[in-house]
Design a protein around this ligand. Structure first.
Ligand code: COA
Length: 674
């Protein structure tokens, strides 16, 4: 079982300093990729790649240089960043090169005696408190570290391909590891853009229990159907079917190895399908393609594959191997499932989930089933983390790192549910809302959900009003709610922050209302709320709304929008808690119900502050809505002006062009749309 720890890893406290010298053992594929992640996230780090083969080291160093060159060519890294990522990076065939490392990360072959020999050698060369982690995907920590002199500094950190980009990392909580090592790893990962998933020490941990059994089940199905049919029938479940992935990763030996381990430990039903031993490459379809099949065959494959997903998920949760929200986000980010298993448990009703899993158990005796009602596994929040801070304050962390914590209905409803659940509890003094990681508080409303509304003014206006449920609650909620902002707060993210009763921000944080650059408007408050709350900053909001100007946290502080500036996350939370206490003592500012004076909009040149062409139609809709909002006779009437503007903009050609351009990763052409 996993020990109780803060849910947001940035709340972890550790005595250890960030790493200065890291050694990665194993210059195959994943070791160097992990090294590249570390070097780009911590450019000052000294990193040595160790392997017994010089050729592997040479290939690895060349590959990392290739990554940096590509990032620079695509403008994702500056010249200076690319050269920092490659400096202090060396390779060696001599284990002595690991001396002085404060973290040794092993990514060698999945072979228990080999790993034990490596660790014995490593221990003889590094300080007794230097951290050792293994990237094994299957071997339990209690086994690979059994012979260490100092096992308390060792655990498994299991990355997913490609490790420099895939955010998921399982961090294994096993019985002998020191809590401070877990705290250090989790905090470090979260600070460097990773998604650490705390996982128990079961064979294959959490996500490979899903992945390996998913592939193995596909292997068993081959007695009835073809690999191409399997990959085609699961296209709605995963981005790439199991056989496509196995071909890409040369994964057959891994399934044999990991499923043999599970079979030996937990029962014959996990034994690898015989087919994995006789086939090297699978004959399947290309990505995005499918083969025709009759409905019965498709349904048969679909049931079986959903069956293994739900069966493994229930087992993982019943055994406490990981949490439901980690399992769900891990399946999506690490394994490219289109929906996580928790979402499936919520989407299908209990009877359907039981039908699928019971059928699966009949066909595959021994496989785990539901020990509770299927919906009980899906209870609780999926997109937010809830922690306790000092002074009775609840911290709500938005966690959608795959979309920079962008808001969608389920996420805002979860925030609202957490607030409602606790706001009449006298032990809770208030709430702080923050974003997961350090890059974004929130990148706005989820743009992927917009296309369905384009062209329908009524539906769009209703959508804006519906999306405001949480914000309207914040307007009148009895307990203080404070926004604690790191990184960017864009569009709907800024609209959420401005409805909180106070804002605190990291000094490097920034705000923007980029909707005008997408050919739309911020419809859930930004056209009216800032003018009512901070009327002296009206000129700044004019520029943000109609020209996409950014606002630095320090300027927002000078304008009175941000109440306090922080140097780091710990400071940010301390300031946020102090704001909750101050608001609880003095009460909040009343809502401004009277019309507010508005300075005129300056002449518009039809461009953003950095010279990109905008839609004049959209700029006009924004200016009109701001004027209507300022003149409105009450807070709620002013908000209506915003909803209406969202409705009218949805019917413009500019909105269609702007949203499509974002989703197609190109610049919009508002010159053509007007
Ligand atoms: N809705 C949905 N997804 C979003 C999002 C949003 N508002 N903002 C970012 N994302 C997604 C990106 O599509 C990307 O997904 P992918 O990895 O599957 O392609 C992921 O988050 C990371 O963003 P990326 O663009 O790769 O990061 P970046 O650092 O290069 O750029 C931004 C960051 C914020 C400048 C850029 O993502 C952006 O312009 N986002 C839109 C912001 C916006 O207009 N918000 C208002 C919406 S109404």
């Amino acid at each position: 079982m996993i020990r109780q720890r803060p849910v947001n890893p940035l709340l972890e406290r550790t005595r250890r300093a960030p790493p200065r010298r890291v050694a990665v053992i194993g210059a195959g594929t994943i070791g160097p990729d992990i090294g590249y992640y570390l070097k780009t996230a911590l450019p000052g780090l000294e990193l040595v790649l160790v392997d017994v083969r010089q050729a592997a080291i040479d290939d690895a160093l060349a590959r990392l240089k290739g990554y940096a060159d590509k990032a620079r060519a695509r403008g994702r890294m500056s010249e200076a960043q690319a050269s920092a990522a490659l400096s202090g990076l060396t390779g060696s065939t001599d284990y002595d090169a690991i001396r002085g490392a404060d973290w040794v990360l092993e990514a060698a072959t999945e072979d228990l005696p080999l790993k034990r020999r490596i660790f014995a050698d490593v221990e003889s060369r590094i300080a007794p408190d230097a951290v050792i982690t293994s990237n094994t995907s299957s071997l339990p920590a209690s086994r690979i570290f059994a012979e260490l002199a100092h096992p308390e500094r060792a655990t498994v950190t299991h990355f997913f391909a490609p490790a420099w980009r895939n955010p998921a990392v399982e961090v294994i909580d096993w019985e002998r590891v020191d809590g401070d090592v877990l705290a250090w790893l989790r905090r470090l990962f979260a600070q460097t853009g990773k998604l650490p998933l705390l996982t128990a020490d079961a064979p294959c941990f959490m996500l490979d229990r899903i992945f390996d059994n998913w592939c193995n089940e596909a292997g068993y199905l081959l007695s009835e159907v073809s690999a191409a049919e399997v990959d085609s029938a699961v296209a709605d479940l995963v981005a790439a079917g199991p056989f496509f992935v196995l071909n890409m990763s040369n994964g057959n030996p891994i399934i044999i190895e990991t499923n043999t381990l599970q079979a030996d430990e937990e029962g014959e039903h996990y034994r690898p399908a015989p087919m994995f031993r006789s086939v090297e490459r699978w004959k399947t379809v290309a990505l995005g393609k499918g083969v025709p099949m009759d409905d019965a065959t498709r349904a048969r494959i679909h049931d079986r594959m959903l069956g293994v997903l739900l069966s493994q998920s229930a087992d993982i949760l019943d055994r406490g191997i990981g949490s439901a929200s980690d399992l769900d986000i891990g399946c999506r980010t690490a394994l490219a499932f289109k929906r996580g298993p928790i979402e499936w448990l919520r989407t299908l009703d209990d009877a359907e989930c039981r039908r699928i899993v019971e059928r699966f158990q009949r066909e595959r005796p021994g496989m785990p089933g539901f020990e509770r009602a299927p919906s009980a596994y899906a209870a609780g929040e999926r997109h937010v983390l809830v922690d306790d801070l000092d002074a009775g304050v609840k911290l709500i962390t938005l966690r959608r790192p795959e979309a920079l914590n962008a808001l969608h209905d389920e996420l805002t409803d979860e925030i609202l549910a957490v607030i409602r659940r606790h706001e009449s509890d006298p032990a809770v003094s208030g709430f702080v809302i923050t974003g997961y990681g350090t890059k974004a508080f929130c990148a706005g409303a989820d743009i992927g959900r917009f296309p369905s509304m384009l062209g329908d003014a009524g539906a769009s206006e209703r959508y804006a009003r519906d999306c405001s449920r949480l914000l309207l609650h914040l307007d009148r909620s009895p307990k203080p709610v404070v926004a604690a902002i790191q990184g960017m707060a864009l569009g709907g993210g800024f609209e959420l922050a401005m409805r909180c009763h106070a804002l605190v921000a990291d000094r490097r944080a920034w705000f923007q209302l980029p909707e005008v650059t997408l050919g739309i408007v911020p419809g859930i408050g930004a056209l009216v709320v800032p003018y009512r709350r901070w009327p002296t900053a009206a000129a700044t909001f004019h520029a943000m709304l109609t020209r996409g100007a950014k606002l630095a946290a320090s300027d927002a502080h000078a304008l009175g929008i941000v109440n306090a500036l922080a140097d780091d996350f710990d400071h940010l939370l301390a300031l946020a808690v102090a704001q909750v206490s101050a608001l609880a003592a003095r009460g909040r500012e009343p809502l401004v119900d009277d019309p507010v004076p508005l300075p005129p909009f300056p002449q518009h040149d039809g461009k953003t502050v950095d010279g990109r062409v905008l839609s004049r139609t959209v700029v006009r809709i924004i200016e009109e809505a701001v004027r209507d909002g300022a003149a409105a006779a009450s807070w709620d009437a002013a908000l209506e002006a915003g909803y209406r503007a969202f409705g009218s903009v949805a019917c413009t050609a500019a909105a269609r062009e702007g949203i499509q351009a974002f989703l197609q990763r190109r610049s919009p052409d508002f010159g053509a749309t007007g």
